[in-house]
Design a protein. Structure first.
Lengths: 321, 316
């Protein structure tokens, strides 16, 4: 019962924030006379604009749950998008091998991150920052502009529809359900919570903590490359700057934290993350409706991220006290 | 042989790398060669020492690079080529820097936001401010007396022939920060706080004040680095991009323990010079510029891995 209540209370803050963001959105739409934005279709579309962030953030949730962090996701997204469109080169026949190759890159990058963090005992911030530099350096040395193109068939990942709902949105929801099921019902999933909650205790309880950490990093990197595949599919081609321009590293961390997952690990989950993504895309839409200029938007964004994390820091202190 | 373990390996690495550069490029042995090298290393060295203050306090300052950009963009807009405005613009920039440092420290101390998130948020905010202020493209230009610090070479100096003003600035700033870190009570409190904030607090270290000074030092060093870079690199919207990572890398090469530790100012400066030497070597070998990032990433990870390996072996 206590566990149930705790789970509920960790949901409360994101739900509240989501309600505030939604209320503001509706309020501004009515106040500025732009009520045409308030259709159901448009509201579903809100989440659809943040698919790449959503996929990345689900992955980031795993590493934050084990009290690690991954700052290499943005650069890995660029690598994945460029590699995919370069390998496909417009040929539908090479979709499968290209996707496979990109997923393999994700597994390798995640495994290296995990190994550096566990075996070499490098602070995860530094390990993944280093990885980010390495990935971006290699990518920029090889590609300077949009590379290759994805075939029409592959674009259906981003633009296709099933029963009138976009495939990519369904994919994000399916991914979230899968991640939730994995965390909630499998042993590996509960190991993630144990290691994040207290790594020493988990080790004494016989959990191979090293493996759990590596697994979480692999899951995170695989999600990042899938986000890269999605972006390649949407843009039709990958460029070496798309990940960095989307600030996916910081934003994915921010939505995970806003979704109620503690940076200290062991608490939270993917549904909160999905709510965090919705909050962010609502904030974006609010800026658009209110006609805030792009640069000022960036300033507000920085302030909102700090403010939201501060809100949670205050809350988690109360729980720990 | 025990004494060898006490010398920070960064100095040996630096000497080896410098010998390699001197061997590969004789130009490097002439005053113009090595002074030019020091001039280019000056902003990174200053940033690295500023970053070291925050690292020793147990945090990170990722907003330094964006503050460098803001300094360059803001100065060129405010000055717009008017030499008589240089002094008050420099003062305004230092005040802005101090405010950024205080804001970072406030968010970390009172709102309990982890420094990495707080300063990343500050980084986004500052680059947003720089873009809003300039409208996305560099405007205005920097008068000669502002660029003096980064660009001017004092000629006919005995013994070394020429001396860039940037090198003098680097020596003064790093010297002052060395004194503050290693010869004052404040420096001891800073290291104590980074080691163990609880015990430092119980021993009477004012945590908030100590951390605030560390963040202000880091921000002011970013403003000074920005003034130097504006001097010799000119005005652009991406002058500061990635500098915070170079500064962290330099401090880490110098052996700063992340999340609180005992990095020394001398070793951080040596770390910055190592980084600059490595970049010079890559240049000599003709590698494309992005390879710098790859090498920097590898150095960053291996320096931290080495530090934690040494820590485990020494049982500390």
């Amino acid at each position: 019962m206590i566990a149930f209540l705790k789970r509920r209370s960790s949901f409360l803050a994101p739900v509240l924030l989501l309600a505030i963001a939604f209320g503001t959105y509706v309020g501004i739409a009515i106040a500025t006379g732009q009520t045409q934005h308030l259709t159901a279709e448009n509201l579903i579309g809100l989440l659809g604009r943040s698919i790449a962030l959503g996929i990345t953030a689900v992955g980031q949730t795993f590493v934050i749950l084990i009290a690690s962090i991954d700052l290499s996701v943005a650069n890995l997204i660029s690598v994945s998008a460029v590699l995919a469109s370069h390998l496909m080169a417009g040929d539908p026949g090479s979709i499968f091998p290209a996707v496979l190759a990109v997923l393999l890159v994700g597994v390798v990058v995640g495994a290296v991150n995990g190994l550096v963090v566990t075996r070499l005992e490098v602070n995860p911030l530094i390990a993944t920052l280093g990885m980010a530099l390495i990935l971006q350096g290699i990518l920029s040395a090889l590609f300077t502009n949009f590379a290759g193109e994805v075939p029409k068939e592959f674009q259906s990942f981003a633009y296709g529809e099933i029963f009138g709902v976009s495939t990519s949105l369904l994919f994000l929801i399916a991914l979230t359900i899968a991640a939730w099921g994995f965390l909630r019902f499998t042993r590996a999933g509960s190991n993630i919570y144990s290691v994040g909650g207290n790594a020493d205790a988990a080790k004494l309880a016989g959990i191979r903590t090293t493996r759990v950490v590596i697994m979480a990093h692999v899951l995170c990197s695989v999600c990042a490359v899938v986000a890269g595949l999605y972006l390649a599919s949407r843009l039709g081609s990958g460029a070496p700057w798309i990940g960095r321009d989307g600030v996916y590293d910081l934003e994915s961390i921010a939505v995970v934290v806003i979704g109620g997952t503690a940076l200290s690990g062991g608490r939270g989950g993917v549904w909160g993350t999905l709510m965090g993504v919705m909050i962010f895309s609502l904030i974006d839409s609010i800026f658009n409706l209110a006609g805030v200029d792009a640069f000022a938007k960036q300033i507000l964004r920085g302030v909102i991220i700090i403010g939201a994390v501060a809100l949670y820091a205050a809350r988690s202190r109360r729980i720990e006290a | 042989m025990r004494w060898m373990g006490k010398i920070n390996p960064v100095f040996l690495v630096l000497i080896l790398l410098l010998l390699a550069v001197a061997f590969l490029s004789p130009y490097f042995l002439q005053p113009a060669g090595y002074m030019n090298f020091l001039k280019r290393a000056a902003p990174i060295a200053i940033l690295a020492v500023g970053q070291l203050y925050v690292i020793n306090s147990g945090g990170f300052d990722l907003s330094a690079g964006a503050l460098v950009t803001l300094t360059v963009i803001g100065s060129s807009i405010l000055l717009n080529g008017d030499p008589s405005a240089t002094w008050w613009v420099i003062c305004v920039m230092l005040v802005i820097g101090a405010m950024v440092g205080v804001a970072n420290a406030f968010v970390v101390s009172y709102l309990k936001v982890p420094s990495i998130i707080a300063t990343l948020g500050m980084m986004i905010t500052l680059s947003g401010i720089a873009l809003t202020w300039s409208g996305g493209a560099p405007r205005g230009y920097l008068p000669e007396n502002f660029r003096f610090f980064g660009r001017y070479l004092i000629k006919d100096v005995p013994l070394i022939q020429l001396l860039p003003v940037a090198v003098i600035v680097m020596i003064i700033v790093c010297g002052a920060l060395w004194w503050l870190m290693h010869r004052t009570n404040y420096g001891k409190q800073l290291v104590a706080m980074g080691d163990n904030p609880q015990s430092a607090r119980l021993a009477g270290v004012p945590l908030v004040r100590t951390r605030t000074i560390a963040f202000v030092v880091s921000s002011l060093s970013a403003v000074i680095a920005g003034i130097l870079l504006g001097g010799f690199a000119g005005v652009s919207t991406d002058v500061g991009v990635g500098l915070e990572l170079q500064a962290i890398t330099a401090a880490v090469i110098g052996g700063a323990q992340l999340l609180g530790g005992r990095g020394t100012v001398g070793a951080a400066v040596a770390g910055a010079l190592v980084l600059q030497t490595v970049f010079t070597l890559l240049n000599i070998f003709g590698f494309p510029k992005p390879i710098r990032d790859v090498v920097q990433g590898l150095i960053l990870i291996s320096a931290v891995a080495l530090a934690s390996f040494r820590r485990r072996n020494s049982g500390g």
